[in-house]
Write a protein that binds this ligand. Sequence first.
Ligand code: HEC
Length: 155
Amino acid sequence: MSLTRLLAIIAITLWGVTAAVFAALQFQSGPQMHAADRDLIAVSADERKFVLKEMRLMLESLQGIMMALEVGDNEALAEAAAGSGNVMLAALPPSLMAKAPKDFRVMAKGAHQGYARIEAAARKGEGKDKIISLLAEVLGECTACHDSYRFIDQP
Ligand code: HEC
């Protein structure tokens, strides 16, 4: 093998390794960089526990709504939505709301008001299209807030 050929193989191999390492780093740092972009809200252990419980209930409400929507059961749909609507709106933890940024408070209220609107629409006997468009609005609140904020432990 000539020296030129050997050098060419070494150069191509090195290029390949560099590209692979670069690709791996890019892939790894993507989501982390995204997470670091989110604003942090310092919460106590109780606040975190309370809010995450409500989050899981909101997800359950979504499941209930989808199941009721599929079979066209407006009563069940209203019930499922009610769980995350005005009841939760009234129970937003005051200590967290006092320190949370305005955007966070607006989106938190918006999500519960959205569920309340779904409940009202179901009780009025609105059709699937209306419910789906209200659902899309609620999901918009979920994703917007998750993209913007993250909890950290209060020191
Ligand atoms: C006002 C902001 C906000 C809104 C609106 C919001 N969330 Fe969250 N959610 C959060 C935060 C903050 C966390 C915690 C993330 C963390 O641990 O840093 C969270 C966590 C969660 C979790 C994880 C629960 C757990 O036990 O770990 C689920 C599930 C969830 N949200 C569902 C939803 C759904 C469904 C909606 C919409 C119907 C929604 N959230 C709307 C802020 C929000």
